[in-house]
Design a protein around this ligand. Structure first.
Ligand code: PSU
Ligand code: MN
Length: 309
């Protein structure tokens, strides 16, 4: 196992010193945003993590290794290369074995973070049950991962490219807590709320950290979703963005886009149709998640710190 994992110096040192670490995914960089905005976003998010008292660990696959913590040059490579595979749980062994460049999805980032002993992970949005899944069966591997891997994911909910109601139902079935941070409704990524109420919400990062810790203390396997709404000033008009998303979903059907291509296709269509406005919102919400997620990581770290003497 160990031979496949390579921690950056910064991450290794943080581990040795018992400092809080925040995992970050790389599919959002390679397949979720265009170059060069993606690289700029990634390095700014890393800095926000540092400024709030933790160490960032962006995760990606390279040279037959799971890299936990990337250098600036590696971030640039993953952001600018057109030759990066989108790696979900299914794809991980092949991309590692073939020593290809791979960007990790939420599911795979959870797997790798868990292997590296990092329980807190920040991203933009999770995958979920796609609209029409009752016939296509397109359900992101992210949900199954949340069911079984002990990593908490801080996100801005999920985009309404998905069926948000079914996504919540799936998470409930699998016993995955979805905790609203400062909201009683599931945030819909570009907008602060959806029509779906959450049964768990709080305004306190300490309560979130305590809840996650309690879950794992009780031996309840699996992750948690911490849903943090986009800051008000970046939120998009609900009718407008939903119209754009409906159109993108229709085009995906027309072009018969399926499988792992579906989410990246929809994201790039939305960006095109909003003339970059959606990208701006996307970047703002990831940065906000980085701040809140780091506060959770710091709190969690204090609660679980080994007493050193
Ligand atoms: N949603 C976004 N931006 C993203 C993704 C989802 O708003 O970049 C990425 C994440 O990496 C997520 C993946 O894990 O897409 C889900 O892909 P799929 O639906 O193929 O499981
Ligand atoms: Mn899918």
């Amino acid at each position: 196992m160990k031979k496949y994992i390579e921690l950056s110096q910064e991450v290794q040192q943080a581990k040795d010193e018992g400092k809080p670490i925040v995992a970050l995914e790389s599919t959002i960089i390679s397949h979720g945003m265009p170059y060069p905005e993606n690289v700029k976003m990634a390095s700014e998010v890393e800095q926000i993590v540092r400024d709030n008292g933790a160490v960032p660990a962006t995760i990606a696959i390279m040279d037959g290794k799971i890299k936990v913590g990337l250098t600036a040059d590696e971030l640039e490579l993953f952001g600018s290369s057109s030759d990066v595979a989108k790696v979900s749980r299914r794809d991980l062994p092949q991309i590692v074995a073939e020593k290809k460049l791979g960007a990790t999805t939420v599911a795979t980032t959870m797997i790798c973070a868990d292997l590296a002993g990092i329980p807190i992970f920040v991203t933009g949005g999770i995958g979920g049950v796609h609209r029409g899944a009752e016939t296509t069966m397109d359900i992101s591997a992210d949900l199954e991962e949340l069911a079984k891997t002990d990593v908490a994911v801080i996100c801005a909910g999920a985009k309404s490219i998905l069926d948000l109601g079914l996504t919540l139902e799936y998470l409930e079935t699998k016993g995955v807590p979805v905790i609203g941070y400062g909201t009683e409704y599931l945030p819909a990524f570009f907008t602060r709320k959806s029509e779906f109420p959450l049964n768990s919400y709080t305004d306190s990062v300490d309560v979130i950290a305590e809840t996650i810790k309690t879950k794992w203390d009780l031996n309840l396997k699996g992750g948690a979703v911490i849903a943090n709404p986009i800051p008000e000033q970046y939120a998009m008009d609900e009718d407008y963005i939903n119209g754009v998303i409906d159109q993108a979903v229709k085009e995906a059907e027309e072009y018969d886009i399926t499988g792992k291509d579906s989410t990246p296709f929809l994201l790039s269509k939305i960006k095109e149709a909003t003339k970059g406005k959606s990208l701006e919102a996307n970047i703002a919400l990831v940065k906000h998640n980085a701040k809140v997620g780091t506060q959770i990581a710091v709190s969690y770290n204090q609660k679980t710190a080994k007493v050193l003497n």
